[in-house]
Design a binder for this molecule. Structure first.
Ligand SMILES: [Zn+2]
Length: 410
């Protein structure tokens, strides 16, 4: 049991210090040394405080696992309880020493829906990167879209197979279409979210190819975060990418940006999936091929990295125990593919199968494309939810709304 907790990162990441349940609609939790103030409004009488707080902890744990720490000292999380079951939409703003996240959930949202939710993790990832100028929102959204499922796999909340299956299905939306003028100049929903995610995938693979798989995009993003690049800071994209490159000892981010910023660069995704060893399957999410040329890179992308901790001695001991048990478990179980890299998930995730099914169907459902608005000094960023759609998004059909027209709950 202890092992499972270690794989999930919970005990390392989320010391608990929130107030007991009460009729009060605010609670405070401590996550990786940061404070999250949760406040509820709306139809709050029917929603379980415990379930809701656990949902927040899961999202924070995923972010903490990927980045090695929680990105900002404080977050105000305002939850509007209304509408039908499910997590509906969210927005993240820079605020004070951290951020303000507004998100809405239905009062009848099930435990499975909370457990399989990706939106709050996505919003929290926005805290980890500096605020960009209008033309570069694609990098902010692309990082959130790409990192969110990887963070959840690393935290034991999602299977690597499901993650790759979802990327296989959704990533083609990021390809440039007719009339595209590059990521900085094509502000459609698809290019902003999935074009940005495709940039991140390419960067991750290229960094790992150039460093003999010792570094990846995760190292670059941790480097940016550790250099102070969080949502409250306004950086140029050139500065952020240079700091990320410095962390990996490469120029991958800067080079890719110069290629993709003002030109449509199609990506041969089919060939990339093949090299990574991700094969579509009719009766399973995907097959992960361990003999593929880039199989090691694929496995490294979802392999949890060491957590930041105040006691490196404990970390070393824990790492040795985990490595020993992991290798023994993999040898005993006869499993193959990515489950070898994260056996903790296989054990943890069994009770959440229903949640995964609900998650898949929710993601496959056509949804309205969200607006993306800019950040100004007196007008905070609106960062809207990622959506998926089963229909193609023709260029021009999904133009962004005028700046500052983000939705408001009050
Ligand atoms: Zn977003």
């Amino acid at each position: 049991m202890t092992l499972l907790i270690l794989f999930s990162g919970r005990e390392l990441c989320v010391p608990v210090s929130w107030a007991a349940n009460s009729v009060d609609s605010t609670q405070t939790i401590s996550v990786c040394g940061s404070t999250i103030d949760i406040s509820l409004k709306g139809d709050t009488q029917d929603i379980s405080r415990d379930v809701l707080v656990n949902w927040v902890k899961r999202a924070a744990t995923a972010v903490c696992t990927y980045y090695g720490k929680y990105p900002v000292p404080h977050v105000a999380l305002k939850v509007h309880v209304h509408g039908g079951p499910g997590v509906h939409n969210g927005v993240t703003y820079p605020a004070g020493t951290g951020g303000l996240i507004r998100i809405s959930v239905g009062a009848a949202t099930t435990l499975a829906q909370f457990d399989s939710d990706w939106t709050l993790t996505h919003e929290m990832i926005h805290l980890t990167f500096p605020s960009m100028a209008e033309n570069h929102h694609w990098i902010e959204e692309g990082i959130a879209v790409y990192v969110e499922p990887i963070a959840r796999v690393q935290a034991g909340q999602l299977s690597a197979k499901q993650m790759w299956a979802d990327l296989l299905r959704d990533m083609p939306q990021g390809e440039p279409q007719a009339g595209d003028q590059g990521l900085d100049r094509t502000h459609t929903w698809a290019r902003t979210y999935w074009g940005g995610a495709m940039f991140c995938l390419l960067a991750d693979v290229q960094i790992r190819e150039q460093t003999d798989n010792r570094k990846g995009l995760q190292d670059a993003l941790r480097g940016i975060l550790n250099a102070g690049g969080v949502i409250t800071q306004d950086w140029s994209i050139e500065r952020a990418l240079a700091v990320g490159d410095k962390a990996t000892g490469t120029t991958v981010l800067t080079d890719l940006y110069s290629q993709m910023r003002d030109k449509p660069i199609p990506v041969d995704l089919a060939a990339l999936w093949q090299r990574l060893g991700i094969q579509r399957k009719s009766d399973a999410p995907v097959d992960l091929i361990s003999s593929a040329p880039l199989a090691d890179i694929r496995e490294a992308i979802t392999r949890p990295q060491k957590m930041a901790t105040a006691n490196p001695g404990i970390t070393r001991v824990v790492s040795r125990i985990v490595a020993a048990v992991r290798s023994g478990w993999a040898a005993d179980s006869g499993v193959s593919g990515d489950t070898k890299t994260c056996p903790g998930w296989a054990l943890l995730a069994r009770p959440r199968v229903v949640g995964r099914a609900a998650f898949r169907s929710a993601r496959a459902a056509p949804t309205a494309c969200p607006p993306v608005a800019r950040r100004g000094r007196s007008r905070p960023t609106e960062r809207s939810l990622r959506s998926t759609t089963t229909s193609p998004n023709p260029i021009g059909a999904l133009r962004l709304p005028p700046l500052g027209t983000g939705r408001s709950w009050t």
